[in-house]
Design a protein around this ligand. Structure first.
Ligand SMILES: N[C@@H](CCC(=O)N[C@@H](CS)C(=O)NCC(=O)O)C(=O)O
Length: 205
């Protein structure tokens, strides 16, 4: 299997960490996003949305990081990150959707404004976008904080896809200056995530 990614993309990182945590061997293929490789016809044939990550499993091509995580787990015999019980799985799915729809876009806005825009010479940060995203990230992290008050991991006593999906945006915590206290339950959970071998192996990415 091939996984197209970029080292600075937290959306790609969640798929890479997931593969590593599952012990799935994937060939990592870097895509030169700053150079515009994602808009070349060859890449657009893989993903018409011009985004990473993309998974290629023989003739089957899959984009959207959370769907890739689910696919990787489903195709790994004996895996324990994606429970098979109806409600346990629904609980994990809930957080995957929440990650895709709420958390990741809010963190992306801060990361884009405070880091990537400058890196690409795309002009100064927009204070209005920053203010709105900070408010969203603050509210969303409050939801996670309460969720983690009595749980070691997002869905209970065991690490699941939900943790891997949600940890990825927090990888830019310092760079994007996320407005969250490090000593919070969320900060402690993130420290547990950072201790995972799979996470550490993607640290440079
Ligand atoms: N919802 C998508 C988001 C993917 C995404 O936004 N990827 C960014 C990098 S983090 C990208 O490839 N951007 C390149 C572009 O928009 O041209 C996912 O979770 O896979």
């Amino acid at each position: 299997m091939r996984l197209y990614h970029h080292p600075l993309s937290f959306n790609a990182r969640r798929a890479v960490v997931c593969a590593l945590q599952l012990g799935v061997t994937v060939e990592l293929v870097p895509v030169d996003l700053p150079g515009g490789a994602q808009r070349e016809p060859d890449f657009l044939r893989l993903n018409p949305n011009h985004r990473v990550p993309v998974l290629e499993d023989g003739p089957f091509v899959l984009w959207e990081s959370h769907a890739i995580m689910q696919y990787l787990a489903e195709t790994t015999p004996g895996q324990r990150l994606y429970p098979s019980g109806l409600r346990e799985r629904a609980d994990v799915n809930r957080w995957l959707f929440w990650s895709a729809y709420h958390l990741s876009p809010a963190v992306r806005d801060l990361y884009w404004e405070r880091v990537i825009k400058g890196m690409l010479g795309r002009g100064p940060a927009d204070p209005q976008v920053i203010a709105r995203a900070e408010e969203q990230v603050g509210e969303l992290s409050g939801v996670l904080e309460r969720q983690l008050l009595e749980r070691e991991w997002i869905c209970g006593p065991a690490l699941t896809l939900a943790d891997l999906a949600l940890a990825a945006p927090f990888g830019v915590w310092d760079a994007a200056q996320l407005p969250i206290a490090r000593g919070s339950q969320l900060g402690k959970w993130f420290d547990r995530m950072r201790a995972l071998e799979a996470w550490r192996r993607t640290e440079a990415s």
